[in-house]
Design a protein around this ligand. Structure first.
Ligand code: P6P
Length: 334
């Protein structure tokens, strides 16, 4: 009998018991993400053929030009999450403020909030480089039945109940965790089904790849400059290879499979770092740690940072445990 790979749907059913909250809710939540991922994938894959390339003419709270696909992806994820009656609030890179979601019956008895970067790296779409969606899930902390408040969103990453990404690459994959390891599913676009292609993903403890935008070198903290020179020295398993796609999800995904470290330090242009804590760094940190790797701001564990505002940025060091610890040592001794 040919044993086909488990589908995402079968996997969720098998794993429901592991989710310490009511299993049906997680399933509905992940199902809405996987549906939205298929819809966005369909549009991303035909970018260039229809008029969804280029700027949407707006700018997000960061003042970054909103790409048409950014705006499209944002609407798709928000609408599928709302329609599934599972979340009571959503925060998005594309939305200045969080969105309060009333239950259909006018009550607010949904228990989860989702924070999302609907299309990260979208400036790469016009040059046909892979992009991704990143999502982070918490249980609300304010009383059920009331509208969510900002404190439901400003929870430290160590309170996440689920996190994941969709990578729209040479194939489309969803990779996520609910706190019981990391699993990767590949979409078969012909039938629109995700199959368990990467069970129990483990981030290698060390690697020979470092991912950083060296164009900012002169503005890096001294510890980062020292670590980059360490990566380039002829010694032992070094020099390492420099690989930087400019799409966090792609650089992270490659490093998780091959081993490596991704660094986005603070720079002159971004004195707090460029990446956002709530919907980029925390979800990627949760996945990294669940796969045996590390994520810090160069000094402190990312998931222990107490957020203070929705779109705050942090320096981000994430990847193979030994490599992050080495980079932190250079930061310490600089
Ligand atoms: P830079 C994309 O805009 C992003 O948020 C990440 O996906 C990516 O790793 C980083 O910024 C690229 O930034 O400044 O190197 O172009």
């Amino acid at each position: 009998m040919t044993h086909h790979n488990k589908t995402l749907g079968e996997f969720i059913i098998n794993k429901q018991s592991e989710f310490k909250y009511s299993s049906g809710e997680l399933s509905r939540l992940i199902n809405s993400i996987r549906l939205a991922g298929k819809i966005v994938n369909h549009e991303v894959n035909k970018a260039g053929l229809v008029d969804i390339l280029g700027n949407a003419g707006g700018a997000n709270i960061q003042g970054e030009d909103q790409q048409k696909l950014d705006v499209y992806a944002n609407e798709v994820f928000i609408n599928t999450l709302i329609n599934r009656e599972i979340v009571c609030g959503i925060a998005s890179e594309e939305e200045d403020d969080f969105i309060v979601i009333e239950g259909r019956n006018g009550k607010n008895d949904n228990k989860y909030v989702v924070l999302i970067d609907p299309l990260d790296g979208s400036s790469n779409i016009d040059v046909n480089v892979s992009v991704g969606t990143i999502f982070s899930v918490y249980r609300r902390v304010t009383p059920e039945g009331t509208p969510v408040t900002i404190e439901d969103f400003l929870q430290p990453g160590n309170k996440q109940v689920a996190a994941g990404y969709i990578i729209y690459g040479t194939s489309t994959m969803i990779v996520y965790t609910t706190g019981h390891g990391v699993n990767g599913f590949t979409l078969n676009p012909a039938i629109g089904t995700y199959y368990l292609s990467h069970p129990n993903m483990i981030f290698p403890d060390t690697g020979q790849i470092y991912s950083v935008n060296e164009g900012n070198y002169v503005h890096f903290p001294q510890g980062v400059k020292d670590y980059i020179k360490y990566c380039q020295q002829e010694e032992g398993d070094r020099p390492y290879t420099s690989r930087y796609i400019g799409s966090l999800v792609s650089d992270f995904h490659r490093n998780m499979i091959k081993g490596g470290i991704y660094i986005y330090p603070n720079t002159a242009k971004d004195p707090e770092g460029k990446l956002r804590l709530l919907y980029e760094c925390n979800p990627m940190a949760f996945i990294a740690e669940q796969a045996g790797a590390k994520a810090s701001n160069g000094v402190k564990r990312i998931m222990d940072i107490q957020p203070t505002e929705l779109h705050q940025r942090v320096p981000f060091f994430c990847g193979s445990k030994n490599m992050v610890e080495k980079a932190e040592a250079f930061m310490q001794n600089a």
